[in-house]
Design a protein around this ligand. Structure first.
Ligand code: PHE
Length: 369
């Protein structure tokens, strides 16, 4: 702080002499240099230091200027000049300290946010398709190749589509809550969770008319007690073909083709007559056991066959209910148990595995698409 003017004035103004140990300007500057020299450790530390010297109210530098009143008039100019120089030095030093602090804060922040690129990566575990989805897609591919399209229907159905138009008589036991989950019995056509995918036959045929060739995979619900081979929620794939001149022979040929594509070319299909209200004739369809090739084993309970579907020629009443003339068109339909097929293809023993979400089971299918 070499102030020539001040030096010249000094002898005449002993009060303001900077050589005096308790000269107020010198002592403020000296105290600041010492404190600032120690540095600041934090933003609040810095703010305290800045406030102590430059604070408008109680700062030591403003106090110097206030003290100018006590300096004899002839020394005031010199004192003022030195106080200004001190103020400038302190302000500049404070600005530098602030910049340094800011740099350190940025560095600290960057260090905290830094990614350690030398750490080993966390491998993302890929999910997989559910076995029922895998099997559904395979079945869809097979039927798409045969010229079918894929249809969908609501899981919350009404009595008309689930039963009535499918030729179920009013007193049929499936209409009882023993077998069906009713949601609203008082609706004009009572609402229930569909017990099979067959109502999609009605919806598609009524909407699109004949000729028609569709499959309709989906979830179905039955009021069953759950065990290794029964679930209250399971999956079916419905098939429906309505064209001129369709017969049971077309059904058999289609099912044989389908089994061969899904289980292997040597697989045989067996049809045993049975009753479903919406087909005539109706059949229970079984595939020759894929484990023992029909010789008989534990999986097929020594029968050589595994039952997979219901099927038949579409009942004329169903065609009529959908506005299709049964004299002109005939058709076949089938309903396949999807979960059963998955059990068979993958050889697992309990249907409940499909519902439990156990990763140890499901991850075994992750590599399949
Ligand atoms: N809907 C029948 C069932 O759930 C299966 C079936 C479908 C039978 C189509 C014949 C024709 O059991």
């Amino acid at each position: 702080m070499n102030d020539d003017g001040q030096k010249r004035d000094a002898p005449a103004t002993p009060h303001a002499s900077r050589l005096t140990p308790d000269d107020p300007v010198d002592s403020v500057v000296a105290a600041f240099r010492e404190e600032a020299g120690r540095g600041v450790s934090s933003r609040s530390d810095f703010e305290r230091l800045k406030g102590r010297y430059l604070g408008r109210e109680k700062g030591l530098v403003p106090a110097l200027f206030a003290g100018i009143r006590d300096v004899p008039p002839e020394g005031r100019a010199a004192f003022g000049a030195r106080a200004n120089a001190a103020k400038k030095e302190i302000e500049e030093a404070v600005a530098l300290l602030s910049q340094a602090l800011e740099r350190r804060e940025v560095e600290a922040r960057q260090a905290a946010e830094a990614v350690d690129v030398t750490l080993p990566g966390r491998r993302a575990r890929a999910g997989g398709l559910h076995p029922v989805t895998i099997v559904r897609r395979r079945i869809e591919q097979i039927f798409l190749r045969m010229g079918y399209s894929i249809a969908d229907g609501p899981e919350l159905e009404n009595d008309r589509h689930n039963f009535e138009a499918l030729n179920f008589p009013p007193e049929h036991p499936a209409r009882d809550s023993q077998d069906s989950f009713f949601v609203d019995r008082k609706a004009a056509s009572p609402l229930l969770l569909r017990t099979h995918t067959s109502p999609v036959q009605i919806r598609e045929l009524a909407r699109r008319g004949a000729p028609l060739r569709v499959i309709a995979p989906g979830r179905v619900y039955r009021n069953e007690s759950v065990d290794a081979t029964h679930a209250a929620v399971f999956h079916q794939v419905e098939g429906l073909v309505v064209e001129r001149g369709i017969s049971m022979a077309d059904l058999k040929g289609t099912i044989e083709e389908f089994f061969a594509a899904l289980f292997g070319p040597e697989t045989k299909a067996r049809f045993i007559p049975t009753f479903f209200p919406f087909v005539e004739p109706g059949a229970d369809v079984a595939a020759s056991c894929i484990f023992c090739k029909g010789r008989g084993c534990a999986k097929c309970k020594q029968s050589g066959w595994i039952e997979l579907a219901g099927a038949g020629a579409v009942h004329p009443n169903v065609l009529t209910a959908c506005g299709v003339d049964p004299e002109e068109y005939t058709g076949f339909a089938f309903g396949l148990g999807l979960d059963r097929v998955a059990m068979l293809l993958y050889g697992f023993p309990d249907l409940r595995l499909l519902l439990e979400g156990d990763e140890r089971f499901l991850s075994q299918f992750a590599s399949e698409a």
